[in-house]
Design a protein around this ligand. Sequence first.
Ligand SMILES: [Zn+2]
Length: 280
Amino acid sequence: MKKLTLKKMSLVIATILATQLSSCATTTKDSVSGVSRSQFMLLPASEITSMSTQAYTQTLKEAEKKNTLNADKAQVERVRKISNRLIAQVGIFRPDATQWKWEVNVEKNDALNAYCMPGGKIMVYSGLIEKLNATDDELAAVIGHEIAHALREHGRERMSQAYVQQFGLQALGAILSKGTSAVVGSASMQAAGMGSQLFFALPNNREQERESDKIGLELAARAVYNPDAAVTLWQKMEAQGGAKPPEFLSTHPASANRISELRALTPKVRPLYEAAKAGK
Ligand SMILES: [Zn+2]
Protein backbone atom coordinates (compact mmCIF):
# COMPACT_ATOMS: atom_id res chain seq x y z
CA MET A 1 0.00 0.00 0.00
CA LYS A 2 1.23 3.49 -0.80
CA LYS A 3 2.10 5.71 2.06
CA LEU A 4 -0.84 8.01 2.53
CA THR A 5 -0.31 11.63 3.31
CA LEU A 6 -2.82 13.20 5.59
CA LYS A 7 -4.02 15.45 2.80
CA LYS A 8 -4.53 12.58 0.37
CA MET A 9 -6.21 10.50 3.02
CA SER A 10 -8.72 13.19 3.81
CA LEU A 11 -9.39 13.68 0.11
CA VAL A 12 -10.14 9.99 -0.29
CA ILE A 13 -12.38 9.97 2.73
CA ALA A 14 -14.19 13.05 1.44
CA THR A 15 -14.69 11.36 -1.95
CA ILE A 16 -16.08 8.24 -0.37
CA LEU A 17 -18.34 10.26 1.85
CA ALA A 18 -19.59 12.27 -1.12
CA THR A 19 -20.28 9.28 -3.34
CA GLN A 20 -21.49 6.77 -0.79
CA LEU A 21 -23.18 8.70 1.94
CA SER A 22 -24.96 11.50 0.17
CA SER A 23 -27.35 9.10 -1.53
CA CYS A 24 -28.35 7.34 1.66
CA ALA A 25 -28.29 9.78 4.53
CA THR A 26 -31.41 8.17 5.86
CA THR A 27 -33.36 5.24 4.46
CA THR A 28 -36.91 6.09 5.49
CA LYS A 29 -39.19 9.12 5.49
CA ASP A 30 -40.00 10.58 8.85
CA SER A 31 -43.53 9.98 10.08
CA VAL A 32 -45.65 10.04 13.24
CA SER A 33 -43.33 7.63 15.02
CA GLY A 34 -40.40 10.02 14.51
CA VAL A 35 -37.35 8.21 13.11
CA SER A 36 -34.88 10.40 11.22
CA ARG A 37 -31.36 9.39 12.23
CA SER A 38 -28.66 9.66 9.52
CA GLN A 39 -27.12 6.31 8.67
CA PHE A 40 -23.68 5.14 7.64
CA MET A 41 -24.01 3.00 4.52
CA LEU A 42 -20.89 1.98 2.67
CA LEU A 43 -21.97 -1.23 0.96
CA PRO A 44 -24.30 -0.86 -2.02
CA ALA A 45 -27.94 -1.75 -1.34
CA SER A 46 -28.18 -3.82 -4.54
CA GLU A 47 -25.39 -6.10 -3.36
CA ILE A 48 -26.91 -6.58 0.07
CA THR A 49 -30.29 -7.36 -1.47
CA SER A 50 -28.94 -9.95 -3.91
CA MET A 51 -26.87 -11.57 -1.18
CA SER A 52 -29.93 -11.72 1.08
CA THR A 53 -32.10 -13.15 -1.67
CA GLN A 54 -29.57 -15.92 -2.22
CA ALA A 55 -29.39 -16.73 1.47
CA TYR A 56 -33.18 -16.73 1.75
CA THR A 57 -33.61 -19.00 -1.28
CA GLN A 58 -31.08 -21.38 0.24
CA THR A 59 -32.98 -21.40 3.54
CA LEU A 60 -36.24 -22.18 1.74
CA LYS A 61 -34.61 -25.05 -0.16
CA GLU A 62 -33.20 -26.60 2.99
CA ALA A 63 -36.50 -26.26 4.83
CA GLU A 64 -38.30 -27.83 1.91
CA LYS A 65 -35.95 -30.81 2.01
CA LYS A 66 -36.69 -31.29 5.69
CA ASN A 67 -40.43 -30.84 5.11
CA THR A 68 -40.44 -27.92 7.50
CA LEU A 69 -41.40 -25.22 4.99
CA ASN A 70 -44.97 -23.96 5.28
CA ALA A 71 -46.01 -27.28 6.78
CA ASP A 72 -49.16 -25.93 8.42
CA LYS A 73 -51.30 -24.35 5.71
CA ALA A 74 -53.64 -22.49 8.08
CA GLN A 75 -50.66 -21.02 9.94
CA VAL A 76 -49.02 -19.86 6.71
CA GLU A 77 -52.25 -18.28 5.53
CA ARG A 78 -52.60 -16.44 8.82
CA VAL A 79 -49.01 -15.14 8.80
CA ARG A 80 -49.28 -14.05 5.15
CA LYS A 81 -52.55 -12.23 5.73
CA ILE A 82 -51.10 -10.27 8.64
CA SER A 83 -47.83 -9.58 6.80
CA ASN A 84 -49.60 -8.39 3.66
CA ARG A 85 -51.63 -5.89 5.62
CA LEU A 86 -48.41 -4.50 7.09
CA ILE A 87 -46.61 -4.52 3.74
CA ALA A 88 -49.49 -2.49 2.27
CA GLN A 89 -48.41 0.33 4.60
CA VAL A 90 -44.66 0.45 3.88
CA GLY A 91 -45.03 3.24 1.28
CA ILE A 92 -45.54 5.71 4.13
CA PHE A 93 -41.91 5.20 5.07
CA ARG A 94 -40.39 4.44 1.69
CA PRO A 95 -42.29 4.38 -1.58
CA ASP A 96 -39.66 2.20 -3.27
CA ALA A 97 -40.37 -0.62 -0.82
CA THR A 98 -43.83 -1.10 -2.33
CA GLN A 99 -41.96 -2.48 -5.36
CA TRP A 100 -39.80 -4.90 -3.39
CA LYS A 101 -40.22 -8.61 -4.09
CA TRP A 102 -41.74 -9.38 -0.70
CA GLU A 103 -41.93 -13.00 0.39
CA VAL A 104 -43.53 -14.45 3.51
CA ASN A 105 -42.92 -17.98 4.73
CA VAL A 106 -43.24 -20.02 7.90
CA GLU A 107 -40.66 -22.55 9.02
CA LYS A 108 -41.60 -25.35 11.36
CA ASN A 109 -39.03 -24.79 14.08
CA ASP A 110 -39.34 -24.75 17.85
CA ALA A 111 -37.06 -21.75 18.24
CA LEU A 112 -38.63 -18.41 19.01
CA ASN A 113 -37.57 -16.47 15.98
CA ALA A 114 -38.67 -14.28 13.11
CA TYR A 115 -36.77 -12.10 10.70
CA CYS A 116 -37.12 -9.96 7.60
CA MET A 117 -34.01 -9.99 5.43
CA PRO A 118 -33.02 -6.93 3.39
CA GLY A 119 -35.32 -6.49 0.42
CA GLY A 120 -38.38 -7.92 2.18
CA LYS A 121 -37.80 -11.63 2.77
CA ILE A 122 -39.85 -12.56 5.83
CA MET A 123 -39.57 -15.77 7.85
CA VAL A 124 -41.58 -16.59 10.95
CA TYR A 125 -40.81 -19.70 13.00
CA SER A 126 -43.76 -21.77 14.17
CA GLY A 127 -42.20 -21.79 17.66
CA LEU A 128 -42.76 -18.07 18.03
CA ILE A 129 -46.44 -18.40 17.12
CA GLU A 130 -47.10 -21.48 19.22
CA LYS A 131 -44.95 -20.97 22.31
CA LEU A 132 -46.10 -17.38 22.78
CA ASN A 133 -49.64 -18.32 21.85
CA ALA A 134 -49.48 -15.08 19.87
CA THR A 135 -52.63 -13.19 18.92
CA ASP A 136 -52.95 -11.61 15.46
CA ASP A 137 -52.16 -8.22 17.00
CA GLU A 138 -49.03 -9.61 18.64
CA LEU A 139 -47.88 -11.28 15.44
CA ALA A 140 -48.41 -7.96 13.67
CA ALA A 141 -46.21 -6.33 16.33
CA VAL A 142 -43.34 -8.74 15.80
CA ILE A 143 -43.61 -8.85 12.00
CA GLY A 144 -44.00 -5.06 11.85
CA HIS A 145 -40.84 -4.74 13.94
CA GLU A 146 -38.98 -7.05 11.54
CA ILE A 147 -40.24 -5.20 8.47
CA ALA A 148 -39.02 -1.97 10.07
CA HIS A 149 -35.47 -3.38 10.32
CA ALA A 150 -35.59 -4.07 6.56
CA LEU A 151 -37.04 -0.64 5.70
CA ARG A 152 -34.32 1.06 7.74
CA GLU A 153 -31.73 -1.28 6.17
CA HIS A 154 -30.26 -2.04 9.55
CA GLY A 155 -28.59 -5.17 8.20
CA ARG A 156 -26.77 -3.13 5.58
CA GLU A 157 -25.81 -0.61 8.20
CA ARG A 158 -24.35 -3.29 10.50
CA MET A 159 -22.51 -4.94 7.62
CA SER A 160 -21.11 -1.56 6.53
CA GLN A 161 -19.77 -0.99 10.00
CA ALA A 162 -18.27 -4.47 10.16
CA TYR A 163 -16.80 -3.96 6.71
CA VAL A 164 -15.05 -0.76 7.68
CA GLN A 165 -13.63 -2.47 10.75
CA GLN A 166 -12.29 -5.35 8.66
CA PHE A 167 -11.33 -3.80 5.35
CA GLY A 168 -11.45 -0.07 5.96
CA LEU A 169 -7.87 1.03 5.47
CA GLN A 170 -7.17 -1.64 2.89
CA ALA A 171 -10.05 -0.39 0.75
CA LEU A 172 -8.93 3.19 1.11
CA GLY A 173 -5.44 2.26 -0.04
CA ALA A 174 -6.81 0.35 -3.03
CA ILE A 175 -8.90 3.28 -4.11
CA LEU A 176 -5.97 5.62 -3.82
CA SER A 177 -3.67 3.47 -5.93
CA LYS A 178 -6.22 2.63 -8.64
CA GLY A 179 -8.40 5.67 -8.46
CA THR A 180 -11.61 3.80 -9.10
CA SER A 181 -14.66 3.18 -7.02
CA ALA A 182 -15.02 -0.24 -8.67
CA VAL A 183 -12.49 -1.40 -6.10
CA VAL A 184 -15.03 -0.72 -3.40
CA GLY A 185 -17.28 -3.14 -5.25
CA SER A 186 -14.73 -5.95 -5.41
CA ALA A 187 -13.59 -5.47 -1.84
CA SER A 188 -17.15 -5.41 -0.64
CA MET A 189 -17.71 -8.73 -2.40
CA GLN A 190 -15.43 -10.22 0.22
CA ALA A 191 -17.69 -8.79 2.84
CA ALA A 192 -20.73 -10.07 1.00
CA GLY A 193 -19.29 -13.57 1.13
CA MET A 194 -19.70 -13.50 4.86
CA GLY A 195 -22.75 -11.30 4.58
CA SER A 196 -25.51 -13.67 5.48
CA GLN A 197 -23.52 -14.89 8.47
CA LEU A 198 -23.02 -11.30 9.51
CA PHE A 199 -26.72 -10.65 9.13
CA PHE A 200 -27.51 -13.29 11.71
CA ALA A 201 -24.42 -12.93 13.88
CA LEU A 202 -24.40 -9.20 14.46
CA PRO A 203 -27.05 -8.15 16.91
CA ASN A 204 -29.11 -5.10 16.21
CA ASN A 205 -27.94 -2.27 18.38
CA ARG A 206 -30.12 -0.48 20.82
CA GLU A 207 -30.84 2.48 18.58
CA GLN A 208 -31.81 0.18 15.71
CA GLU A 209 -34.12 -1.69 18.07
CA ARG A 210 -35.71 1.53 19.19
CA GLU A 211 -36.28 2.65 15.59
CA SER A 212 -37.84 -0.67 14.65
CA ASP A 213 -40.11 -0.56 17.67
CA LYS A 214 -41.31 2.88 16.60
CA ILE A 215 -41.81 2.15 12.91
CA GLY A 216 -43.20 -1.32 13.62
CA LEU A 217 -45.75 0.14 16.00
CA GLU A 218 -46.88 2.67 13.40
CA LEU A 219 -47.09 0.05 10.65
CA ALA A 220 -49.26 -2.14 12.87
CA ALA A 221 -51.53 0.75 13.88
CA ARG A 222 -52.02 1.82 10.26
CA ALA A 223 -52.79 -1.79 9.33
CA VAL A 224 -55.52 -1.82 12.03
CA TYR A 225 -53.67 -3.93 14.58
CA ASN A 226 -53.91 -2.84 18.20
CA PRO A 227 -50.62 -1.15 19.16
CA ASP A 228 -51.02 -2.31 22.79
CA ALA A 229 -50.06 -5.78 21.57
CA ALA A 230 -46.41 -4.74 21.23
CA VAL A 231 -46.22 -4.50 25.02
CA THR A 232 -47.80 -7.91 25.68
CA LEU A 233 -45.65 -9.44 22.92
CA TRP A 234 -42.42 -8.32 24.58
CA GLN A 235 -43.67 -9.35 27.99
CA LYS A 236 -44.34 -12.84 26.65
CA MET A 237 -40.97 -12.88 24.92
CA GLU A 238 -39.12 -11.97 28.09
CA ALA A 239 -41.07 -14.51 30.13
CA GLN A 240 -39.54 -17.17 27.84
CA GLY A 241 -36.05 -16.13 28.98
CA GLY A 242 -34.68 -18.34 31.73
CA ALA A 243 -31.73 -20.62 31.16
CA LYS A 244 -31.80 -20.41 27.37
CA PRO A 245 -33.05 -17.04 26.12
CA PRO A 246 -35.06 -17.12 22.88
CA GLU A 247 -33.01 -16.97 19.67
CA PHE A 248 -34.93 -13.82 18.81
CA LEU A 249 -33.38 -11.98 21.73
CA SER A 250 -29.84 -12.80 20.56
CA THR A 251 -30.29 -10.69 17.42
CA HIS A 252 -32.79 -8.33 19.06
CA PRO A 253 -31.30 -7.39 22.39
CA ALA A 254 -34.05 -6.03 24.61
CA SER A 255 -33.28 -3.14 26.84
CA ALA A 256 -34.68 -3.04 30.34
CA ASN A 257 -36.84 -0.06 29.53
CA ARG A 258 -38.08 -1.25 26.15
CA ILE A 259 -41.54 -2.05 27.44
CA SER A 260 -41.93 1.31 29.14
CA GLU A 261 -40.74 3.03 25.95
CA LEU A 262 -43.31 1.12 23.93
CA ARG A 263 -46.01 2.07 26.42
CA ALA A 264 -45.05 5.73 26.09
CA LEU A 265 -45.13 5.49 22.31
CA THR A 266 -48.52 3.85 21.98
CA PRO A 267 -50.60 7.05 22.45
CA LYS A 268 -48.76 8.62 19.51
CA VAL A 269 -49.92 5.99 17.05
CA ARG A 270 -53.30 5.22 18.62
CA PRO A 271 -55.09 7.93 16.55
CA LEU A 272 -53.79 6.20 13.40
CA TYR A 273 -55.20 2.91 14.66
CA GLU A 274 -58.58 4.43 15.56
CA ALA A 275 -58.79 6.24 12.21
CA ALA A 276 -57.84 3.13 10.26
CA LYS A 277 -60.37 1.09 12.25
CA ALA A 278 -63.14 3.62 11.58
CA GLY A 279 -62.35 3.68 7.88
CA LYS A 280 -62.13 -0.09 7.53
ZN1 LIG B 1 -35.28 -5.97 16.36
